[in-house]
Design a protein around this ligand. Structure first.
Ligand code: NAD
Length: 291
């Protein structure tokens, strides 16, 4: 690890363009569970069917998401997000898998359950604080000539740590949108109703995240691929690298000639191709790598 760490530090020192992709793993040490942790802690739901959605293991919106992606370029992709508290059993939603709640179909079929699950997650995010990994990346941005931080997370912890150029691929859990028109709604959660209704058109209010099966914001996706394909060094941190289109980003960087450094305690489909793998928790590895 020390030798790899030294090599990774040298690559970063020589780089003028740095791009970073983060996933749920970077927020794990802030107390926000990853999907995988949540599922292993809570176990599979017993005979529970999703409220309207269908159970998917490695597919999202019908797209196959496992395995290393072929080629580069934005697949024009679909996707979404979510997390549930390990072992938490309160709430009707506790019997569902995160992926089964994080779909437009689930919301349409059972808006109250999905809204309450997000309300619980928002509370958890509001109480969380950025950890040493988030802070190390914010510090890296201050001294890098060109820097982009692409995140799959919806928790906003990168900005709270001081990161500026953040590309949120999957939206932000603290934002509300109109389910019919997609407009961002301010302070909608203060309106009556579970979920509340849009004051303008009367449609349900939904959380401002990208759900499984939904398109990612085109500008964010375009910026993310441009950053990946234009960088010297690409850091892939705390992501299982199986959910498209984000999973294609490190491979797009590799195909464009960048060095890719992976930070993750477990191996992923990227590990075999990464230039350097730093096996460990982001909150421990990043301060050593970037400090
Ligand atoms: P994931 O749950 O699929 O995988 C998390 C990865 O993080 C795993 O590979 C795991 O080994 C790694 N990991 C766990 N602890 C770590 C640590 N301390 N340091 C570094 N790595 C660690 O997450 P994903 O790849 O981001 O994909 C799932 C989707 O769920 C994403 O789109 C994500 O946005 C969403 N999600 C978001 C949050 C959040 O906003 N905090 C939380 C859970 C899930």
């Amino acid at each position: 690890m020390d030798e790899n760490l030294a090599k990774a530090r040298a690559l970063l020192a020589a780089a003028s363009r740095i791009a970073v992709l983060t996933g749920a793993g970077i927020s794990a040490e802030s107390g926000i569970p990853t999907f995988r942790d949540a599922m292993s802690a809570a176990g599979p739901p017993q005979g529970a069917r999703p409220p309207g959605g269908e159970r998917r293991e490695a597919t999202i919106g019908g797209d196959h998401v496992a395995g290393p992606p072929q080629g580069a370029g934005p697949p024009g992709g679909e996707r979404r997000e979510a997390t549930i508290g390990g072992g938490h059993t309160a709430g009707l939603w506790a019997q569902f898998r995160p992926e089964d709640l994080a779909t437009p179909e689930a919301f349409a079929a059972n808006p109250k359950v999905v809204w309450e699950w997000y309300a619980w997650r928002r509370e958890r995010v509001a109480k969380a604080a950025p950890n040493a990994g988030h802070t190390a990346l914010a510090n890296l941005e201050r001294r890098a000539a060109h820097f982009a931080l692409i995140t799959q997370n919806v928790d906003g912890l990168h900005r709270r740590a001081g990161s500026r150029n953040v590309i949120e691929l999957h939206g932000n859990i603290m934002i509300d949108r109109c389910f019919a028109e997609g407009r961002v709604l301010a302070a909608a959660d203060e309106l009556p109703g579970t979920p509340p209704r849009c004051a303008r058109c009367g449609a349900l209010v939904r959380p401002g995240v990208v759900w499984f099966g939904e398109m990612l914001p085109p500008k964010a996706l375009e910026d993310a691929f441009a950053a990946a394909q234009g960088c010297d060094v690409f850091l892939s941190i705390g992501t299982s690298t199986v959910v498209e289109p984000a999973a294609s980003l490190p491979f797009a960087a590799l195909d464009a000639g960048a060095s890719v450094i992976e930070v993750n305690p477990t191996r992923t489909p990227l590990s075999a191709r990464a230039t350097i793998v730093l096996a460990g928790a982001a909150g421990e590895v990043l301060p050593r790598l970037l400090g």
